[in-house]
Ligand binder design. Structure first.
Ligand code: 3HC
Ligand code: NAI
Length: 661
C-alpha cells in the first residue's frame, strides 16, 4: 500500500484516507493506492462499505497538473489516466462514499462521481475547472456529470469551470447529503445506513439526459455564450462537444469521445499557455531572497490619502476584504466626490445582483471619510494616492511619517515616480513600498508591488500576503520609471503611433491586436486612459529624452487639437453618447498632415507586421527589464500583462508567447 493513501477500519466501515499535501492532487501513486485500498475492503468480510476522504485541506484538487507537461514533452506515456481507478470504484460490490471537504475539483470530482454516493460539508466546493487549463475533464466528468445534474448545469460547469457550492450541488443531485459537524463521523454513519442497499452506478442513470429537442437549444446557447464570453478559447467548445456526446452516445462511446477531445486539448498550444499561467500565478508569490517564513505584519486597519479615481477604488478594495479604512482628502468637496463615486459604484453592483444591499451597507460602514489625520496613528498601513507629482508626494510622506506608528507600512500608488526618492522624505525608508493598483482599483486583479532599495523584507512579505487578502495577484517588481507594466507599455504604444504614421489605418492597428486576443488595441486604450496624461508627462520630461531617438508625433498632434480621448468624445476615434467608437475623418486628415510634416510616404501595412512590431516592442523592453533585474522572472512579466493589461491568458503572456520562459 502506498504512503500516500491510508487504510483503517471504523465501525465495520473501511476508511481510505488520501494524504498527498498540500491539496491531495492525484499524483502517481495516489490512484493506485486508492484502488488497492478499495480492493482490500472488498476482500475483507468485516467491511460493509468504504469511505474515501482527504487528509488536510481538501478532498482532491484534481489530476496532478505537473504530469501534463511530462506527457506532452514525451517524457512520459499518457497511459489510461484515472480510468482503472474509476472502474474499481464504480464496480465495487460494497458502496464507496466520497466524503468531501475543501475542494473536489477536476479529477477529484470525477473520482467522487465514480463512487456510489457523495457526502460533503456545506463549506466545500465542487467543480470541473479543466477549461481554465485549456483542457476538458478527461476522466468521465463530461459523461457522469450530466447524468447526475442534468445537461444544462453540466454544460455550465464544464464550459466555464466555476466552482459550485455544496448546497447548490446537493439541490442538483450531485451531493447526496450535507454533513453537519465532523465529516468523517457523518460519512461513516451515512455509510452504515446505505451499506446493505443495492448500488446504482452513475453511468447507468440516464434519466436526466433529456431529449434531442430539449437539448438542442441548450447546446446552441452554450456555443453562443462561448463565442461572446470566451472569445478565442478552444477548450470550452471541446467541453460542450463532450457533454453533447454524453446525450447522443452510449456511456462507453461517450467516454471514448471525451478521451479523444481531451487528448487533442492536452497537446494544444492553449493548454501549454494556460498551464504556464496556472503555475506562474503561484510562482510570482515566491521571492528568492524573502523566504516563506519571513515575519508578516497584521493588517486590520488601513488608511488611504486622496479620494480621487484611485484612492476611492483602493478604499473599496479594503472595505470589500473586510478591512476598516479611513479615507482622507485635502478638501471636503473632493472627499464628497470620492464618497459619491463609491456609493454609485456599490449601488450599481447591488442593481446588477453582485451583492446585497446589506453587504453594500456593511462595506460602506467600513469606510470613514475625513479631512484630517485623525486616527491615522492606529493604521497598520497607509496608502497614498494623491496627484502624481514628486513635491506633493514628498510633502504627504513627511506628514505621514509624523503621524504613523512605528510598524505601519507606508505605501504609495505612484505610477511613475521613484519609490526611493519618496521614501527619503521619511525617517523610515525601510517601511516604504509601492502598491501600484490598476484602474479601476476595486476591479483589476493586478497589484505591482514596488520594492525600493531600503524596503524591508517584512514589508515585502506583508505586502505579498496582503495582496492575497485583498483578492489581488501581487507581483514584486523593482524601482524604475514605469516599473514593469507601464514601462513596457510605453514603447508598445509608441510603436502603434509609428505604424499609423507609416501608413497603417487606426482601426487596423487596434484590430490586429484584438484579433490576437487583447481586450483592446493600443490606440483605443490611449483614448480610454486619456491622451492628455501622457502628453503632460512628455512636456514635463522632454529635457530627459534622447534627442537622437525617433519620437512619435501623432498623440501630441491630437492633444494640441483638444482631442484627449473618451473624456472629450474625440481622440483617435470619435465617440457617441454611449461611448461607441467610430473612425473619424478629421483624424485621417490629421494623420495625412503629420505624414507630410514628417516627410513619410505612406505604405500598406498588414495585420501580421502590425502584430509583430507591437509584440516585439513589448518583448524587447521586457528583456531589458529582466537584464536589469526589475522583474524577477519572465513569468512575472506574463502575469502582469495578463492581469493588468488584458493580454490573453491563452497566449501565456508576451514573454511566453515569444518563447522566453
Ligand atoms: N496539481 C498539482 N499541483 C497543484 C494542483 C494540482 N491539481 N492544485 C494545486 N496545486 C499546487 C499549487 O501549484 C501550489 O503549489 P506551490 O505551493 O508549490 O505553489 C499548491 O498546490 C497550493 O495551491 P494554491 O496556492 O493554489 O492553494 P489554494 O489553497 O489557494 O487553492 C485550489 C487550492 C483551489 C485547489 C487551487 O490550487 C486550484 O484551483 N487548483 C487547481 C485545480 C484544478 O485545476 N484541478 C483540475 C486539474 S486537471 C484534471 O483534474 C484533469 C482531469 O479531468 C483528468
Ligand atoms: P485623481 O486626480 O483622481 O485624485 C487625486 C486626489 O488626491 C484628489 O481627490 C485630490 O483632491 C487629492 N489630493 C491632492 N492633494 C492632496 C493632499 N495633500 N492630501 C490629500 N488629498 C490630496 O488622481 P488618480 O488618478 O486617482 O491618481 C492618484 C495617484 O494614483 C497618482 O499618483 C497616479 O499616478 C496613480 N495612478 C493612477 C492610475 C489611473 O489610472 N488614474 C493608475 C495607477 C496609479
Amino acid at each position: 500500500m502506498s504512503e500516500l493513501v491510508r487504510y483503517a477500519l471504523r465501525d465495520g466501515v473501511a476508511v481510505v484516507t488520501i494524504d498527498n499535501p498540500p491539496v491531495n492532487a492525484l499524483s502517481p501513486g495516489v490512484p493506485e493506492g486508492i484502488a488497492a485500498c478499495v480492493r482490500q475492503a472488498g476482500a475483507d468480510d468485516a467491511v460493509t462499505a468504504v469511505v474515501l476522504i482527504g487528509a488536510g485541506r481538501s478532498f482532491i484538487a484534481g489530476a496532478d497538473i505537473n504530469e501534463f507537461g511530462k506527457i506532452t514533452s514525451g517524457e512520459k506515456q499518457r497511459g489510461e489516466g484515472l480510468h482503472p481507478l474509476l472502474a474499481v470504484l464504480e464496480d465495487s460490490a460494497k458502496p464507496v462514499i466520497a466524503a468531501i471537504h475543501g475542494q473536489a475539483f477536476g479529477g477529484g470530482l470525477e473520482v467522487a462521481m465514480a463512487c456510489a454516493y457523495r457526502v460533503a460539508v456545506a463549506s466545500a466546493q465542487v467543480g470541473q475547472p479543466e477549461v481554465r487549463l485549456g483542457i476538458i475533464p478527461g476522466a468521465g466528468g463530461t459523461q457522469r456529470l450530466p447524468r447526475l445534474v442534468g445537461v444544462e448545469m453540466a454544460l455550465r460547469m464544464c464550459q466555464f469551470g466555476d466552482p459550485v457550492k455544496v448546497p447548490v450541488a446537493c439541490e442538483a443531485g450531485l451531493i447526496d447529503r450535507v454533513i453537519d459537524g465532523d465529516l468523517l463521523e457523518g460519512a461513516v454513519a451515512f455509510a452504515r445506513e446505505v451499506a446493505c442497499q443495492p448500488v446504482r452506478r452513475v453511468r447507468d442513470r440516464d434519466g436526466k439526459l433529456g431529449t434531442a429537442e430539449q437539448n438542442a437549444p441548450l447546446f446552441q446557447a452554450a456555443r453562443e455564450a462561448a463565442a461572446k464570453r470566451q472569445r478565442g478559447l478552444e477548450a470550452p467548445l471541446a467541453a460542450i462537444a463532450a457533454v453533447e456526446a454524453a446525450t447522443r452516445l452510449p456511456f462507453a462511446e461517450g467516454l471514448r469521445e471525451e478521451a479523444r477531445l481531451f487528448e487533442e486539448r492536452l497537446f494544444s498550444k492553449q493548454s501549454k499557455a494556460l498551464i504556464h499561467v496556472f503555475f506562474g500565478e503561484r510562482t510570482v508569490a515566491k521571492i528568492p531572497d524573502v523566504p516563506k517564513d519571513t515575519p508578516v505584519l497584521s493588517v486590520k486597519q488601513a488608511a488611504v490619502i486622496g479620494a480621487g479615481t484611485m484612492g476611492a477604488g483602493i478604499a473599496m478594495t479594503y472595505a470589500n476584504a473586510g478591512i476598516a479604512v479611513r479615507l482622507k482628502d485635502a478638501t471636503a468637496e473632493a472627499l464628497d466626490r470620492g464618497m459619491a463615486s463609491i456609493r454609485a459604484n456599490y449601488a450599481a453592483s447591488v442593481a446588477k445582483g453582485r451583492f446585497s444591499q446589506q453587504a453594500m451597507d456593511e462595506r460602506l460602514a467600513r469606510i470613514s471619510p475625513q479631512v484630517s489625520y485623525e486616527g491615522f496613528e492606529e493604521a497598520d498601513i497607509i496608502i497614498e494616492a494623491v496627484f502624481e507629482g514628486m513635491a506633493l508626494k514628498k510633502q504627504v510622506f513627511a506628514e505621514i511619517d509624523a503621524v504613523a506608528k512605528a510598524d505601519c507600512v507606508l505605501a504609495t500608488n505612484t505610477s511613475t515616480l521613484s519609490i526611493d526618492e519618496i521614501a527619503a522624505a521619511t525617517g523610515r525608508p525601510e517601511m516604504v513600498i509601492g502598491h501600484h493598483f490598476f484602474s479601476p482599483a476595486n476591479v483589476m486583479r493586478l497589484l505591482e508591488i514596488v520594492r525600493g532599495k531600503a524596503t524591508s523584507k517584512t514589508v515585502i512579505a506583508t505586502s505579498m500576503a496582503l495582496a492575497r487578502t485583498l483578492g489581488k495577484i501581487g507581483v514584486l517588481v523593482g524601482n524604475c520609471r514605469g516599473f514593469v507594466g507601464n514601462r513596457m507599455f510605453h514603447p508598445y504604444r509608441r510603436e502603434a503611433q509609428f505604424l499609423v504614421e507609416e501608413g497603417a489605418r487606426v482601426a487596423d492597428v487596434d484590430g490586429a491586436m484584438t484579433e490576437f486576443g487583447l481586450a483592446m488595441g493600443p490606440l483605443a486604450v490611449g483614448d480610454l486612459a486619456g491622451l492628455d496624461v501622457g502628453w503632460r508627462i512628455r512636456k514635463e520630461y522632454r529635457h530627459l529624452e534622447d534627442p537622437r531617438a525617433r519620437k512619435p508625433r501623432m498623440e501630441d498632434a491630437l492633444c494640441e487639437r483638444g482631442r484627449y480621448g473618451q473624456k472629450t468624445r474625440t481622440g483617435w476615434y470619435k465617440y457617441d453618447e454611449q461611448r461607441r467608437a467610430s473612425v473619424d475623418p478629421d483624424v485621417e486628415a490629421l494623420i495625412a498632415e503629420v505624414r507630410a510634416e514628417l516627410g513619410i510616404t505612406p505604405r500598406e501595412i498588414g495585420a501580421e507586421e502590425i502584430r509583430e512590431r507591437l509584440l516585439a516592442a513589448l518583448v524587447n523592453e521586457g528583456k531589458r527589464i529582466l537584464e536589469e533585474g526589475i522583474a524577477l522572472r519572465p513569468v512575472d512579466i506574463d502575469i502582469i500583462y495578463i492581469n493588468g493589461y488584458g493580454f490573453p491568458a491563452w497566449r501565456g503572456g508576451p514573454m511566453f508567447h515569444a518563447g522566453i520562459v
